[in-house]
Design a protein around this ligand. Sequence first.
Ligand SMILES: Cc1ncc(COP(=O)(O)O)c(C=O)c1O
Length: 408
Amino acid sequence: MVNLTDKKNINVRCSNSKEQFKGFSTKSIHGHEFYDPELGLFKVPIYQTVVWEQFDKITGLPRKTARETELKYSREENPTVYALEKVLAKLDEAEDALAFNCGMAAISTVYLSTLESGSTILISKEAYGVTQQLALNLDKYGVKTLFGGPDTDEIISLIDDKISLVIVETITNPLLKVIDVNEVIKVCKENNVRIVVDNTFATPLLYKPVKNGAWLVLYSLTKYLSGHNDVIGGSVAGNKETIKELWDWRKNLGTIMNPFEAYLVIRGLETLEVRFVKQCENALKIAEFLRDHPKVEEVYYPGLKDSPYYSIANKVFERPLYGGVVSFKIKGGKDAAFNFFKKVNVIKSTPSLGGVETLATYPILSASKSMPQSLKEELGITENLVRLSVGLEDVEDLKEDIEQALKE
Ligand SMILES: Cc1ncc(COP(=O)(O)O)c(C=O)c1O
């Protein structure tokens, strides 16, 4: 019979030194450091339990996690979730990380912990529509929202010491502009302003905001990091002190991820590098195909050499890869766009991104739906705009599907 004694340190493998976690995939596969010496178990189990016996039978003291928080109740701390957080922190080269039950739970926890009556939040004009909408909802608590950008200079021009929080996305959605995040971070630091970088589209493979000085990096884990369109999750990473503060807010708000979801994200992260690199390669091929297509009015992809964002991407990103999302405008307006969504077959018409399946999204009815109409018009988020999250299917099959879907 397996004897799961109290003595066992359930989620720390002590024998590994930090030097053993150098490469990205080594971190993503082994970075949880989980090891059960009694069973020789090195895969992270799902600790599907709400409660933990609070007092250790040997020491008589409250049981603690490696984070030095008490292990007693899974709304506060759970070893499967904690194992995921260790990987997330390593991938972004941050001190600590927290996992949430969705990207918006991470964002709302950051808002509520940071903002107060009289605060002003500066958000990129092309940020995820719900991130914008939630900030506007805080108006009733006396929080003011300013929209800036979406380009680097337009954001920077609005940053001063009266701003409490800046939120930018490394690659904007849906028009895939690349922000010179290092420049925005620099100006935030000069003005003593906290900056949160939503790095969902870039992943830590292309850019590591905290390593480059941001206050926090934020992800919708629903996308590339879990990668299979079967998990909803979110995360933040930053320094220990900030994460400790957010830990308290997460506990009180009840926004922690559940252990089964954490297990799936740990599993997804193991293949993040191979998945994301391939998705970026596929996306470039699809962008080139669309650029040369007579039914396509315009293509938006920072990896195309004639994109105005190609040089910024090469300056900011750690690798010559440009993400897995491509947007384009179809000739023929809304009807042509609807025809495309009706006819795609391998490609599925649905919101979201970052999974192994190629998805076609209609931004005007999804990510940008809650944006004010005037802002949509200003940014060029039009009725003939389609966003593709390129998956891992064979590119030739994707091209064939697009070709037949572009026919009237
Ligand atoms: C860039 C970005 N950030 C945050 C979110 C919110 O994440 P979730 O849907 O996991 O709550 C999304 C969702 O699409 C997103 O695209």
